[in-house]
Design a protein around this ligand. Structure first.
Ligand code: NAD
Length: 312
């Protein structure tokens, strides 16, 4: 038990992490500027152990209470968001990460960076182990996100090596579940919205590009295991079940019982062709692997939309 600061805590992953930490008996300070997050994601939390701080992390940060863990998730995360907020994405990855790491240093807290599989870019090694250095186009439209995260990883290791901060790095692969925004442009919320509304399901390219989708409960459990481990080097967290986007679209249509047809659109620039985590390290270091099958995760995601209740 301790006190955790969750930056980006009103976002999709952050709000589920707040729920998880509170359920473990931790106190939680949720910090967010509500850029892409939403108070609706945390409005169901009625707990004296929970505080919300509205703050832009690109500005300096001071928190009075003792803090044991800093989970640094604040960052635009979907291609639509970082295309709309390119400079902000770079600033939150750089200044924001400096501020979060500085606070962890001052509080002697364990620091977790929410990094991403995007540090591997359009990978030339498949599946991707943590030892792969990546293949990123720094000047393409996705560069603002990919390079911000690569910088944040370098910064985290520098604070660890030079300043002695107790850090860890989670390389998160595509994660989905309740509370994703239906218009955030990511594949699962888009497909689910289109299927539920009986609209055509739009696939980029011919749909042969692959992804691997992790249900949010599995991911959050992995983040907590990593934060409470003694690991300092990056650990991939994601579901190794790889599928084509065409297979994903068909699964969404099947699970939703929709009659939507499939339509094909041009591929976005620098869209990775393959994406699959090698989770050998997560298995060895954390004893972690995903448990929720795609069809079950899709059912739970859709059920939360049906009920309209705060999705838990
Ligand atoms: P999200 O957009 O739902 O959450 C991000 C949160 O950060 C939002 O609540 C937003 O308001 C907040 N934020 C942004 N800039 C901020 C700032 N300057 N100050 C304070 N708060 C700020 O996205 P998400 O999917 O929950 O992603 C959370 C983290 O996990 C991100 O760092 C993302 O890069 C990482 N990640 C997510 C995935 C995924 O599949 N969801 C995959 C890889 C990495």
């Amino acid at each position: 038990m301790g006190t955790a600061l969750v930056t980006g805590g009103a976002g999709f992953l952050g709000s589920h992490l707040c729920d998880y930490l509170l359920a473990q008996g931790d106190r939680v300070i949720c910090l967010d500027n509500l850029d892409t997050g939403n108070l609706q994601n945390i409005e169901h939390i009625r707990d004296d152990a929970f505080d919300f701080v509205n703050h832009d992390l690109t500005e300096p940060l001071f928190i009075e209470q003792p803090i044991d863990y800093v989970f640094h998730l604040a960052s635009p995360a979907s291609p639509i968001d970082y295309a709309r907020l390119p400079l902000h994405t770079l600033k939150v990855g750089s200044y924001g990460t400096h501020h979060a790491l500085g606070l962890a240093k001052f509080k002697r807290a364990r620091f977790l960076l929410a990094s991403t599989s995007e540090v591997y870019g359009d990978p030339q090694v498949h599946p991707q182990p943590e030892t792969y250095w990546g293949h990123v186009n720094s000047i393409g439209p996705r560069g603002v996100y990919d390079e911000a995260k690569r910088y944040a990883e370098a910064l985290t290791m520098a604070y660890h090596r030079q300043q002695g901060v107790n850090t860890c790095i989670a390389r998160i692969f595509n994660t989905y579940g309740p509370r994703m925004r239906p218009h955030d442009g990511r594949a699962i919320p888009t497909f689910v919205r289109q299927a539920r509304e009986g609209e055509p399901v739009t696939i980029f390219g011919d749909g042969s590009q692959t992804r691997s989708f992790c249900f949010v409960d599995d991911l959050v459990r992995g983040l907590h295991l990593l934060a409470t481990s003694g690991e300092h080097l990056p650990v991939n967290l994601g579901n190794p079940r790889e599928m084509t986007l065409l297979e994903l679209a068909e699964a969404v249509i099947r699970v939703s019982g929709s009659k939507s047809e499939l339509v094909f659109q041009a591929l976005p620039v620098d869209d990775p062709q393959v994406r699959q985590p090698d989770i050998t390290r997560a298995r060895q270091v954390l004893g972690w692997e995903p448990e929720v099958e795609l069809e079950e995760g899709l059912r739970r995601t859709m059920a939360s939309l049906e009920s309209g209740a705060p999705a838990r």
